[in-house]
Design a protein around this ligand. Structure first.
Ligand code: ARG
Length: 459
């Protein structure tokens, strides 16, 4: 037979394949709680405005709680013929309370209904992302505190650049994830307006109170334009954009963990809890969690592109294309939360190897800049000339197969006669990092300042 909700003008029901392509209940059942919350707010408002009776509103509000407990308890039977979560809930409400259920949809449409449900869901995900980021920042902060003095190589082009500290490197990610948090909280603020009451697209002649439903659902107020309210999905796109940037940061850190845990680097040992073995190579301990994280990020980028593509050609207002928004966002959110939790766990449980970090820091002529700076400071050389003199000494050390501090003083002098014994003070990696005291620099005292600031911010 034809559809119980909208089949009045239809003679027959849909083709089975039509039903399959049209139904969203397989995934939008995840919106059940938001859908029922929105409907309860709407029913209360309808009664407060005298549009339905208090008695009917009470029956609807109670009945909806029964339906929610059935869904949460796993006893609810979802029907594909009823297309989506909105009609599944309403049809069940009718079975539970009878005739008053038919009054719930007064002054409302599925278009504003789905918009409000999805906004509430994405808003929760912004909060979840922030919580996940805080946990990750705390794990990084723990590592930074432990290794605030540990010297390691700093890289550019993945070539030895200058020594930095482990604490400084960890804190770099704390900053990045801090900005990610700010992006989610910004997006949340902007999306916190209610589309409910926009109805199908044009508003409604019923004397509804959109301010009241907006407040009941924790929104700052109603969206000002009913066409915009049912057409907009930029709130979901902002979430995906913030998620994509955050995912990119997660992936960079994951990549570093993969490199650092290799036998060639040996900067960190990943915990057994976050590693796997090989069925053929007994020595193996693979950083699978980091690799999977690095890979899963692609799904989040993909969701962002997919939804941008869905939306870019849609005339106002609602088009069924927009039903394709949810799976992308669900999948991206699930993988983001999983990735954040996995990264927090990996970071908290990994052990840096300070002696290896230190040994690596001393290789690759990492204090060449310190030598050049010394020539400027002590001998008054122009930096460009100091750079040249130092370059010659690096070439000499390379020829001899030694590091800069191993060059004898007479070799130093042959490159520039003014060089004295004092130069050796700046060639050690500890003095190198300790000297970089500019704001934001790698000197342990500067890093301690940043750790203290973040500890304060994260409590
Ligand atoms: N399942 C739909 C969606 O996810 C709900 C809105 C349907 N509205 C409509 N007029 N068919 O977008």
């Amino acid at each position: 037979g034809s559809n119980a909700m909208w089949g009045g003008r239809f003679g027959s029901g849909p083709d089975a394949i039509m039903e399959a392509i049209n139904a969203s209940i397989g995934f939008d059942k995840r919106l059940a709680k938001q859908d029922i919350g929105g409907s309860r707010a709407h029913a209360a408002m309808l009664a407060a405005q005298g549009i339905i009776s208090e008695k009917d509103a009470e029956a609807i509000r109670e009945g909806l709680l029964t339906v929610l407990s059935e869904i949460e308890g796993g006893t609810f039977t979802f029907s594909t013929a009823l297309e989506d979560i909105h009609m599944n809930v309403e049809a069940r409400l009718k079975e539970v309370i009878g005739e008053p259920a038919g009054r719930l949809h007064t002054g409302r449409s599925r278009n504003d209904q789905v918009a409000v449900d999805f906004r509430l869901w994405v808003r929760d995900q912004c909060d979840a992302a922030e919580a996940g980021l805080v946990a990750l920042q705390k794990a990084l902060l723990g590592q930074a505190e432990q290794g605030v003095e540990w010297v390691m190589p700093g890289f550019t082009h993945l070539q030895t650049a200058q020594p930095v500290t482990w604490g400084h490197h960890m804190m770099a990610y704390v900053e990045m994830f801090g900005r990610d948090r700010a992006r989610f909280s910004d997006a949340r603020k902007r999306m916190n307006e209610s589309p409910l009451g926009a109805a199908a697209l044009a508003g409604t002649p019923f004397p509804i109170d959109r301010q009241m439903t907006a407040e009941a659902l924790g929104f700052d107020g109603p969206m000002a334009n009913s066409l915009d309210a049912v057409s907009a999905r930029d709130f979901a796109l902002e979430f995906l954009a913030a998620a994509s940037i955050c995912a990119m940061h997660l992936s960079r850190l994951a990549e570093e963990l993969v490199i650092w845990s290799s036998a060639q680097f040996r900067f960190v040992s990943m915990s057994d809890k976050w590693s796997t073995g090989s069925s053929i190579m007994p020595q193996k301990r693979n950083p699978d969690a980091a690799e999977l994280l690095r890979a899963k990020i692609g799904r989040i980028f993909g969701a962002n592109v997919a939804l941008m593509t869905v939306m870019k050609g849609l005339p106002l207002a609602y088009s069924k294309d927009m039903q394709e928004d949810k799976e992308q966002v669900f999948d991206a959110a699930d993988n983001l939360m999983l990735g954040l939790a996995a990264m927090a766990g990996m970071v908290a449980d990994m052990s840096a190897r300070p002696e290896n970090l230190r040994a690596a820091a001393a290789t690759g002529f990492s204090t060449a800049t310190d030598l050049a700076d010394w020539l400027v400071r002590e001998l008054g050389l122009p930096f460009r000339e100091a750079h040249h003199v130092t370059g010659a000494l690096v070439a000499e050390a390379e020829k001899r197969g030694c590091d800069l501090p191993d060059l004898p003083l007479e070799v130093m002098k042959s490159s520039h006669a003014g060089i004295t014994e004092g130069v050796y003070d700046v060639l050690g990696v500890d003095n190198s990092v300790r000297s970089r005291t500019s704001y934001g620099g790698t000197a342990p005292d500067r890093v301690r300042d940043q750790i203290a600031r973040w500890k304060e911010a994260l409590t």
